[in-house]
Structure formats: structure tokens, C-alpha cells
Write a protein that binds this ligand. Structure first.
Ligand code: ATP
Length: 442
């Protein structure tokens, strides 16, 4: 575990307004985080990129925005009520409660707690803990009607399968894509936004004829890997595909591959791509007694589609982008922290600084330039500190270009553009600035 890098990233995220602790002024809530002004911008860009790539640019996938609160029977059918549990064990020495599967194993009955105490699970027996959040949707406390916050967006897709199929007039293969919040009462702490109680997912349920399922599963594994390398731009050396072994697979799944990222605490899951067979639609069709089958005219019979599920986490993608971009270098004996974000993800593409903020003519030029840039791309205008401090702030939030307007700008109508990564500066005519930034923002 690279604790040093993790600590630095967490500190930078808080200091620069990417992530704050949830309900922080009241002492916070464990594994609950809020996105600050710059974090919210990056998060939105991740979701926009995914939605545009899969929903807007493809004919075989449609979007959905289903509700978070769902009927109890949904989770009876899906198996979450009975089986969505973690096995937890209390350490008799430090009293910490941990997930058994997260502890280091000494042998089949002995696990090592974080405090290094060895826990004998035949003595300290693990208990099952359901991860779902239950809520009362009736108007009275006396006659409660329980519903649940969804632990994955997928169930909203399955229960709407027939609604969507009957309204979009499309044939299989058909994907239904959804971005939204999911809730799991996770007990682990210390992994920053990697494991949260409230998080966001980007899921596609891609419905296919059973004969096409294996081929489409292979397709989606490749497609999702290349999305992370080509679209998100994560470094290849920090990404890998890990097919699940037979004993890891859910009983209904025919295949599952995780896309893993090298986080500061080691290789961990960014996304899972699974061939879930016809399990989900069959279960919902049995419990709801609604027909969720399709008709094959080639075979002249009905069938329940198989589903391939690429299920990604928005927050883990965000975390990976920040880890990939975080860099430190020594400049003039000082440490420069720089977030080498792809321009698309940077909260601001450019920052404009007037060097003489008391000179009205110069400020006027700077403001007009700023408005021109902001018409085309996210930008900021800053005059609240000295130039060194302003550069440092923008480097840490990943702004690719800083533009200074100085006394000479009044004479030659040129400004200085500083490149975030190389720190090289170039004089550019004011009327060429927008084009310059657009051309360099690839
Ligand atoms: P893990 O094994 O890490 O708990 P999982 O296999 O339970 O993950 P899935 O149910 O496959 O996760 O969910 C799909 C994706 O949703 C994950 O790959 C991850 O990106 C995201 N995700 C799941 N649980 C959380 C969480 N508690 N916090 C943040 N993201 C999550």
C-alpha cells in the first residue's frame, strides 16, 4: 500500500475542493463523501462522456432514469434480501468490526486483524450483515410499508425491461443504460471514495439472444477496457483485466471479468463485466408473474434474453483519474504538485490573470478575453493572489493553460500562455488565444 500517495491525494482533494467529508461540520459519517465544486465538475464530465458514447452515439442502446426507492419484492426476486450480505467479525482485542473477506488469512479459521491480533473465527463467529438500506414509505410509523434503496441501478433496468422494449420499437440485441446513485451499508473504512455507502454507477444491461451471449460478453470486455484507455485516457500500465475464477462466479453467471486499476492500495475493481444469463429476467418474471420474454421469429418461439452487464462506478473512475494525474516534481527546490488531467476533465481549461489589477485598461482586456474563452470552454478569472500562488492553485486543480495579461499586452495585443505540464510560456496574440487553446486541448 502506498500510504504516502493516498494521504497526499486525500489531502489535495480536500484542500482544493474536490472531495469533502459528508456532514463534516457535525463530525462526519463514515464512508460518506461529498463532491466539492471541482470534484462535481469532473464527475459530471465522466458521466457525460459515458452517456454520450453509449446512449447518444449508438442505435442499440437506450437510456433510463429509474427510481432509487424500490419495492421489497424487487429484492426478493433479485436475491438481494436473502443474499446481499457481508460476513463481519469483531476483533476481541481492538473491537474493530471487519469484513472477513478483507482480512489477511492465516489458515481457514484464523484471520489477522488490522491491529495484528489473530482472530479465531470458530470462537469469534462472523455474523451476516445485509448491506441494503431499508426505509418506511408509509405515512405512519405504526403501519410501516418497507421499501429499499437500490444497491445497484441494474434492478431498475430489469423491472422496466418490458416497458422499454414495448415503447422503443427496437429488436435485440438491445442495451438499456442508466447512471445513478446506489446505496450499500458498507462497513469498511479508510479507502477514501473507493468504498462508499452512497455512490454512483454507470450500468448497461445488454439483452441478447442466448446464442449470442458468449460473443457479446467478449465484445463488452474489450469495449469497456478500451473505453478506459482511449476515452478516459488512463495509463495502460495501471489497468488490467482479471477474469474471475470458477469459484468466484455467482451461481447464475457464465463469466465475469473485472477491469482493475492500480490504486495506491493495490489492484482493485473499477468495473465488473458479467454474463448474467437469463437469471434476472427469469426471477422477475416468476415473482411478478409478468411475461418478460421476447419472440424469435427465426425459431418461431419465445425466449428469455440473456444479459451482459458492464457495471462501472463513477466514483472509482473519478478516483482512478485523480490517481493517474497526480504528480509531484521539484522546481527551484520546491515541490510542485500538478494534476496532469486530460483537458476534457480539467475543471477549467484556462485561467486568466491580469498582472496589474489596478490598471483599468489592462483589466478590461483581461475580462474581455476571459468572456471570449468562457463562451467556448470552462474558464476562470483570478486576481486574488500573486502570480506564483495563482499558478500553484491552478496546477493543483489541473488547469492546462494559464494566461497572463501584463503591461506589454497593452502595446502588442499579446498575452503570455503558460503550459501546465511543461511550464513553458509563449506569447500569443489576443485574437488567437481561443484557437491556440482549442488546438492544444487534445
Ligand atoms: P467490490 O467487490 O469492490 O465490493 P462489487 O463487485 O461488489 O465491488 P459490483 O456490485 O459489481 O461491485 O458493482 C459494480 C461497480 O460499482 C463496481 O465495480 C464499483 O465501481 C462500483 N461500486 C460498487 N460498490 C461500491 C461502493 N461501495 N463504493 C463505490 N463504488 C462502488
Amino acid at each position: 500500500m502506498d500510504t504516502d500517495k493516498l494521504t497526499k491525494i486525500v489531502s489535495m482533494c480536500r484542500r482544493r475542493g474536490f472531495i469533502f467529508g459528508g456532514s463534516e461540520i457535525y463530525g462526519g459519517l463514515s464512508s460518506v463523501w461529498d463532491y466539492g465544486p471541482f470534484g462535481a465538475k469532473i464527475k459530471k464530465r465522466i458521466k457525460d462522456l459515458w452517456w454520450d458514447h453509449y446512449v447518444e452515439k449508438r442505435d442499440d442502446i437506450v437510456g433510463l432514469d429509474s427510481s432509487i426507492i424500490m419495492h421489497e419484492d424487487v429484492f426478493k426476486a433479485s436475491g438481494h434480501l436473502a443474499g446481499f450480505t457481508d460476513s463481519l467479525v469483531d476483533c476481541p482485542k481492538c473491537k474493530k468490526r471487519s469484513r472477513v473477506d478483507m482480512l489477511e488469512k492465516e489458515d481457514t479459521t484464523h484471520y489477522i486483524c488490522e491491529c495484528k491480533n489473530v482472530i479465531d473465527i470458530t470462537v469469534n463467529k462472523p455474523r451476516k450483515f445485509n448491506l441494503m438500506f431499508k426505509t418506511n414509505v408509509s405515512a405512519t410509523e405504526e403501519n410501516p410499508v418497507y421499501a429499499y434503496l437500490r444497491p445497484e441501478t441494474a434492478q431498475g433496468i430489469f423491472v422496466n425491461f418490458a416497458n422499454v422494449l414495448n415503447t422503443v420499437h427496437k429488436k435485440l440485441p438491445l442495451g438499456i443504460a442508466q447512471i445513478g446513485k446506489s446505496f450499500r451499508n458498507e462497513v469498511t473504512t479508510g479507502s477514501f471514495i473507493f468504498r462508499m455507502k452512497e455512490f454512483e454507477q454507470m450500468e448497461i444491461e445488454y439483452f441478447v439472444h442466448p446464442n449470442d451471449a458468449d460473443k457479446m460478453y467478449e465484445y463488452w470486455v474489450k469495449e469497456r477496457y478500451s473505453f478506459y484507455t482511449d476515452k478516459i485516457g488512463l495509463k495502460k500500465e495501471n489497468l488490467r483485466l482479471r477474469p474471475h475464477t470458477a469459484d468466484e462466479l455467482a451461481h447464475y453467471a457464465r463469466g465475469c471479468t473485472d477491469v482493475e486499476y492500480m490504486f495506491p492500495f493495490g489492484w482493485s475493481e473499477l468495473e465488473g463485466i458479467a454474463n448474467r444469463t437469463d437469471f434476472d429476467l427469469k426471477q422477475h418474471s416468476e415473482v411478478s408473474r409478468k411475461d418478460l420474454s421476447c419472440f424469435s421469429s427465426a425459431e418461431n418461439k419465445k425466449f428469455i434474453p440473456y444479459v451482459i452487464e458492464p457495471s462501472a462506478g463513477v466514483d472509482r473512475t473519478f478516483f482512478a483519474i485523480i490517481c493517474d494525474a497526480y504528480d509531484e516534481e521539484t522546481v527551484n527546490d520546491r515541490t510542485r504538485v500538478v494534476l496532469r488531467l486530460k483537458p476534457y476533465f480539467a475543471p477549467y481549461r484556462a485561467a486568466v490573470f491580469p498582472l496589474l489589477k489596478k490598471n483599468d485598461e489592462l483589466v478590461n482586456i483581461a475580462k474581455n478575453l476571459f468572456y471570449d474563452i468562457r463562451n467556448k470552454m470552462p474558464a476562470t478569472y483570478e486576481d486574488t493572489a500573486g502570480i506564483g500562488k495563482l499558478y500553484r492553485r491552478q496546477d493543483e486543480i489541473g488547469t492546462p493553460f494559464c494566461i497572463t495579461i501584463d503591461g506589454d499586452s497593452l502595446k502588442d495585443q499579446k498575452v503570455t500562455i503558460r503550459d501546465r505540464d511543461t511550464m513553458l510560456q509563449e506569447r500569443v496574440s489576443i485574437d488567437q488565444v481561443v484557437v491556440y487553446i482549442e488546438q492544444k486541448s487534445i
